[in-house]
Design a protein around this ligand. Structure first.
Ligand code: NAD
Length: 509
């Protein structure tokens, strides 16, 4: 494996400053927390966190703006999102720079994240003319039954570090056309990307004459998120992050009868059947397991391989793993950038120690890289581990590039292993046998929110609804009819006759 040379923290600070200036954002100041870069592990700027008073003011302002915004026709609300999409296109390169600097994504993935934001803006603009309700056949003569959809209120978006911009855009573009206003509490690890996105949306709002407070940004740690979680003026808390976070947020929002949309951890698996096209499977597996240095919620973490092809597949994967270029994510040759922190690296090595104690064998990777060049950064070789049981550590999400390999004999056994984890986000099967593929996609197959055939677990398109079951939280965001989570429905019964007919044939008076 090669390691590509790293830029200095001063280089990265200058590059971040340039990107922020191009976008029109003031370089942050403050000393509550730090904007850091995982590329060197060092601090770039001090940042001020939102105070209690800032949160109070933001919620009050977003609530007041909602009262205006909800009355604006949805296609006109779409104009704001259309303008945002144009600004995102203009600033793609600068935004991608910030994503790389703060989240450590390689250039191609950082540009992909910005592309995803543009895609969801386009989707939401179309959606602004398609917030359809249904007309339902009434059982009574001279009556019409209808379902209408109305804006919900203030939506709090709490987001994770690993998709510092895309998750915000999935929520915000859709919430805005639905007539909601948004307060964003991004990850404390990615304040620069957040400032840039907030600025572009403010600019778009100003240019199209939308209320300024349709969007507010609150920087800070979980305490800033908790204030939104507990605020009864926040109608929906859309929270993306770890299952630990969701376990805290879900019950607190429910206790005040608020709505929550939870997008939590995954422990995604792929089944590789004997008929699989192994050339295609190897490429898909390596991207899904190693892309974003194993820090996607949809990262492939478990590979369930038919015993007859396990030897061949492992050999090919091992060869691919030993050639992965690791290092500077700005270098076009790099495929594996840094983990977000040395804490994440420690968690990865702890998981490896545990799995080895349970008989797991490391087949490839696992060494720390670039520790001398950047002691505060966390570069590592992605790891391939052979296990013969799905022990506790395999059933947990370790947010790092570890791929556990298990073998199976029957499809029934493979599906049972696949589903025997607490999480239920993404899944796939590699097979050329249509019957196997259909069984995997059926009610008796994968129990995940995303189930794919001959494509890896990660890299979803925005057109489908995104989310997962069980400890992944059950939420759905992005495309399809996920917009319904951001609105409230009303059932209307309209009597256009001159008779009062009661439902179920009840007679009264
Ligand atoms: P995290 O849970 O540490 O933090 C996520 C966000 O929640 C941050 O903004 C944080 O400040 C906030 N937060 C944490 N505790 C909170 C609380 N008690 N109340 C309110 N806010 C709180 O997650 P992370 O390390 O930033 O991201 C990685 C995790 O996110 C992984 O588990 C990954 O699978 C998951 N993730 C899931 C999806 C998905 O769509 N399912 C997408 C991206 C990431």
């Amino acid at each position: 494996m090669t390691s590509t040379a790293l830029p200095t923290t001063d280089d990265l600070r200058a590059r971040a400053r340039t990107a922020l200036e191009h976008i029109g954002v003031c370089v942050p100041g403050g000393n509550d927390f730090e904007a850091r870069t995982p590329i060197t592990g060092e601090s770039l700027f001090g940042v001020a966190a939102a105070t209690d008073a800032d949160s109070e003011q933001a919620v009050a302002a977003a609530r007041a703006a909602f009262l205006t915004w909800r009355a604006m026709p949805a296609p006109r609300r779409g104009e704001l999102v259309r303008r945002l999409g144009v600004l995102l296109r203009e600033h793609s390169s600068d935004l991608a720079d910030l994503v790389t600097i703060e989240a450590g994504k390689i250039r191609s993935e950082a540009l992909g994240e910005v592309r995803e934001m543009i895609d969801i803006c386009d989707f939401a603009v179309g959606l602004s003319r398609q917030l359809y309700g249904r007309t339902i056949a009434s059982e009574r003569p001279g009556h019409r039954l209808a379902e209408t959809w109305h804006p919900l209120g203030v939506v709090a978006v709490i987001s994770a570090f690993n998709f510092p911009a895309a998750v915000w855009s999935w929520n915000t573009a859709v919430a805005l056309v639905c007539g909601d206003t948004v307060i964003w509490k991004p990850s404390e690890l990615t304040p620069l990307v957040s400032l840039a996105c907030d600025h572009l949306l403010c600019r778009a709002a100003n240019e199209v004459g939308a209320p300024r407070d349709v969007h507010r940004l609150l920087l800070g740690d979980r305490a800033a998120g908790e204030r939104l979680v507990d605020d009864p003026r926040v109608a929906l808390v859309s929270a993306t992050g770890s299952t630990r976070m969701g376990r805290e947020v879900g019950p607190r929002v429910a206790a005040r009868f608020g709505r929550s949309l939870l997008e939590l951890g995954g422990n995604n698996a792929a089944i590789v059947a004997p008929s699989a096209d192994l050339d295609l499977a190897v490429q898909a597996i390596v991207f899904a397991a190693v892309g974003t240095a194993g820090q996607r919620c949809t990262t492939l973490r478990r590979l369930i391989v038919h015993r007859d092809i396990a030897g061949t597949l492992i050999e090919r994967l091992t060869a691919a793993y030993t050639k992965l270029p690791i290092g500077n994510p700005f270098d076009d040759a790099t495929l594996v950038g840094p983990l977000i922190s040395t804490t994440a690296l420690d968690a990865m090595y702890h998981a490896l120690t545990r799995v080895q104690a349970r008989g797991g064998t490391i087949l490839a990777g696992g060494n720390r890289r670039l520790a001398e060049a950047a002691p505060a950064a966390a570069y590592t070789e992605p790891v391939l581990v052979c296990v013969d049981e799905q022990s506790d550590v395999v059933r947990e999400e370790t947010f790092a590039p570890i791929l556990y390999v298990l073998t199976y004999d029957t499809l029934h056994e493979a599906i049972a292993l696949h589903n025997d984890v607490p999480q239920g986000l993404s899944s796939s099967i590699f097979t050329r046998d249509q019957q196997e593929a259909e069984i995997f996609l059926s009610a008796a197959g994968s129990d995940c929110g995303i189930a794919n055939v001959n494509i890896g677990t990660s890299g979803a398109e925005i057109g489908g609804a995104f989310g997962g079951e069980k400890e992944t939280g059950g939420g759905r965001e992005s495309g399809s009819d996920a917009w319904k989570s951001y609105m409230r429905s009303a059932t209307n019964t309209i009597n256009y006759s001159s008779e009062l007919a009661l439902a179920q044939g009840v007679s009264f008076l």
